[in-house]
Write a protein of this length. Structure first.
Length: 412
């Protein structure tokens, strides 16, 4: 093993080898030259700097022939490259003028090149340039930014390019998700532990306005699968979806929500199901033809700009969900059930539900006793997250029928 101390000159090769064990994201920094043509360079040293004011930075090599022209323009665009854009990365890394002949791009309103199919972009004006050895530190003031597509980012690690894969993920940060994502970050450890112990997926959902949003997921390593639902997915929050997110609201809010149910939903059954969820503290969804239609409608819904037909299909599918299968009143300990989702709420300091933890990717069939075991573990995770964020669960007295598995069978 090679090492270096302050008394010895630093070996450049060893320095690069050690630092190469730290993975870095790869971005393309683009601008226009004095002739109005696109110029760009590949950067593995991009970082956020400040939220207020919004600042970012990248560190170009002082030998770069591209950065002086970017500096002259005064503006640049950071294009976050996806794992599928290694070719773009290599094209921009070449020492030639015609780098954009094989790259699709569009001109932004701020007149910086945005590379097609990038995950997102951040447009900046140069705030300052700081000397840093054989590199410069370029501080950029953020003018505008957005996310285009949700793909794995391109990373550079140990001399090669690759993609990012994780079993603990969160949705892309949008303005209305900043606070919920902080809660998910605090819940991440418990979500991962529960997912690993149950060999399942634990998802986190919230309500924003009239939308149900999936903002976090932890998947057991042994599953070897991607999240069940796409992170950042938004859908209408309508009966009988995600009952624990509404069950502890005041009567007026509950009544308004129940009244929004589609024509195919029995509102009396929705109210009964809400009472049951509030009494026992969790909800359960069983497989049915209607449930599978709803899940197909969700998977067909894009993260942005859904068509009218896609939205109508989702609303119609939600309206056909059968409450007896969606939220069964009782379970038989020895009966086999095809469970799709188990959900438990997380509470804040006011006793309001701020997060819904849900189990997905469960074994095809579970006995009533197994269901209880899964429910108990998810309740433990939710209680720990509630405690972590300083929350308090409302005090309620569960009825005997709701608190325990009964002997009355519900068909799977």
């Amino acid at each position: 093993m090679t090492s270096a101390t302050t008394d010895q000159p630093m070996d450049a090769r060893h320095f690069r080898t050690v630092l190469g064990h730290f993975p870095t994201g790869v971005v393309a920094v683009t601008s226009l030259n004095s002739d109005g043509n696109p110029i760009g360079m590949t950067v593995g040293s991009f970082t956020s700097v400040s939220l207020d004011p919004p600042l970012v930075a990248f560190l170009p090599d002082k030998r770069s022939s591209t950065f002086p022209r970017i500096r002259e323009s005064g503006r640049f665009c950071v294009n976050i490259l996806s794992a599928a854009q290694e070719g773009v990365c290599r094209q921009l890394a070449r020492k030639q003028d015609e780098k954009f002949t094989a790259i699709d791009w569009t001109m932004s309103p701020a007149r910086t090149p945005r590379i097609a199919d990038s995950i997102g972009w951040i447009e900046c004006e140069i705030d300052s340039v700081i000397d840093a050895g054989d590199h410069d530190i370029v501080i950029g003031k953020v003018l505008a930014l957005d996310v285009h597509v949700l793909h794995s980012p391109l990373i550079f690690f140990q001399g090669g390019y690759g993609r990012f894969a994780s079993t603990s993920l969160t949705a892309p940060a949008e303005a209305d998700l900043f606070h919920p994502l902080r809660i998910v970050d605090q819940a991440r450890t418990e979500m991962g532990a529960a997912a690993g112990e149950l060999n399942a997926e634990v998802c986190a959902s919230i309500v924003i306005g009239d939308q149900l949003v999936l903002i976090g997921s932890s998947v057991a390593n042994s599953l070897g699968t991607a999240p069940h639902i796409r992170l950042g997915q938004r859908m209408p929050f309508a009966p009988p979806l995600a009952l624990p997110l509404i069950a502890w609201k005041d009567d007026a809010t509950i009544e308004s929500w129940v009244a929004s149910a589609g024509p195919g939903v029995d509102r009396a059954l929705v109210r009964n199901a809400l009472d049951r969820v509030r009494s026992r503290g969790w909800s359960l969804v069983l497989r049915s033809d209607q449930q599978m239609r709803f899940e197909r409608a969700v998977s067909a819904l894009p993260l942005r700009n859904a068509t009218r037909e896609q939205s109508d299909e989702l609303t119609a599918a939600a309206g056909e969900l059968v409450l007896d299968g969606y939220e069964p009143a009782e379970l038989d300990g020895d009966q086999q059930y095809h469970v799709r989702v188990i959900s438990v709420p997380v509470f804040d300091e006011s006793g309001d539900v701020v997060l819904l933890l849900s189990l997905y990717q469960l074994p095809r069939l579970l006995s009533g006793h197994d269901v209880n075991r899964y429910v108990s573990r998810l309740i433990l995770a939710a209680e720990r997250v509630t405690a972590t964020i300083g929350g308090t669960a409302p005090v309620h007295e569960p009825t005997p029928a709701a608190a325990a598995v009964s002997r009355t069978a519900v068909p799977a």
